[in-house]
Write a protein that binds this ligand. Structure first.
Ligand code: KG4
Ligand code: ZN
Length: 336
């Protein structure tokens, strides 16, 4: 079964054709990041306008890249939540048009469910139930993936998302937006023991995260040095920060895996591309005999292949949308 999938929840206009949830026949991404970088973050109205300009060409390319037309497609999947409303609506409206014109069913897909499903593309042996750490620019969750379409969120961030924390720290030490990948590169050159940074305590759920204290500690460290006229080594800050955030992510995730009895763990979302996170998770999982699944680097960030993959499982579960489908800015995985 072939699904044409559209993703436009943030700043990537993406379309993919995916067969049976795992075989990616085409995968096209038009990124707007160079433009948003000028403003230090995603500007919602610019995002919507660029999606509107790009979507026709992106969808056409996804079809021509795999030598197909709409008549070769069995269903249209689209991200409908969570995300920037104006951005989501461009993809949703376009998908509705395609569904209406072709008579093929429309399948609404949750963006975070898509990130989780990116792991199925690369790992055919990964099957629910398993535990998943979702770390993206907007979300940080520890999720029980009970089956392909049912989730229980057991841990969440109380403030910033992991990616947001990476990006804010990156800006503080002079890297461009989005700075996660620059921190990753700088951390390889720096000394992770150079600075001792706090691991914020979170009252209440033992699996919840809080990253704002860590972010503030880095900002204070850099500003204090600047006030004293001292040059702070950006590579050392990046390495110390990355080590600390990896320690937090590993500690909470392993605690959840141990307590909830999971021997299978996946990591998903843009920050799952981080080499420190990948390495630290692998070491911790090997120690406990947990099988770890990581998405291929090209499927860590926003893309439509992951939406086509999850769209397949949503289709099998009977999920359908009609012409009244709307975008939803915030929607828990538990309510889909
Ligand atoms: O999942 P994603 O593409 O978009 C959202 O759904 O939010 O995640 C984007 C986030 C950004 O904060 C970006 O800096 C971060 O993922 N990111 C990284 C790396 N690559 C992307 N963070 C740390 N290390 C990386 N290598
Ligand atoms: Zn995302």
């Amino acid at each position: 079964m072939r699904i044409l999938a559209i993703e436009s929840s943030c700043d990537e206009t993406a379309c993919a054709v995916v067969e049976d949830g795992v075989k990616v026949l085409s995968n096209v991404i038009a990124t707007q990041i160079d433009e948003h970088r000028l403003y230090g973050g995603v500007v919602p109205e610019i995002a919507s306008r660029r999606h509107s300009e790009n979507i026709s060409a992106v969808v056409s390319k996804a079809l021509t890249d795999c030598d197909m037309t709409l008549s070769d497609i069995d269903a249209v999947a689209v991200t409908y939540a969570p995300g920037l409303i104006g951005a989501l609506l461009v993809g949703i409206s376009f998908a509705k048009g395609l569904s209406l014109a072709s008579g093929k069913p429309l399948v609404p897909v949750h963006h975070i469910a898509g990130h989780i499903a990116a792991n199925y593309i690369s790992h055919e042996d990964l099957k629910p139930p398993y535990l998943c750490l979702v770390i993206s620019g907007g979300h940080s969750h520890i999720v029980e993936v009970l089956d392909y379409t049912t989730y229980r969120v057991v841990g969440r961030t109380r403030d910033d998302a992991a990616g947001e924390c990476f990006d804010k720290v990156a800006r503080t030490i002079g890297f461009e937006y989005p700075g996660g990948k620059f921190i990753d590169a700088a951390a390889k050159r720096g000394n992770e023991k150079a600075f001792s940074l706090p691991q914020p305590k979170v009252a209440g759920s033992e699996y919840d995260f809080s990253f704002s204290g860590l972010k503030t500690a880095v900002i204070n460290l850099v500003h204090n040095s600047q006030q004293k006229g001292e040059e702070v080594n950006a590579d050392d800050v990046a390495a110390s920060f990355q080590k600390t955030i990896c320690d937090i992510l590993v500690k909470k995730t392993m605690l959840a895996a141990d307590n909830l009895g999971y021997k299978t763990l996946a990591v998903a979302g843009g920050v799952s591309a981080n080499s420190g996170v990948r390495e630290a998770m692998q070491v911790a999982c090997d120690k406990r005999g947990i099988k770890l699944y990581l998405p291929e680097l090209k499927y860590c960030g926003d893309n439509a292949a992951m939406i086509g993959c999850q769209g397949y499982y949503d289709y099998l579960a009977g999920k359908r949308a009609d012409e009244s489908l709307n975008g939803i800015a915030t929607l828990s995985l538990e309510n889909i």
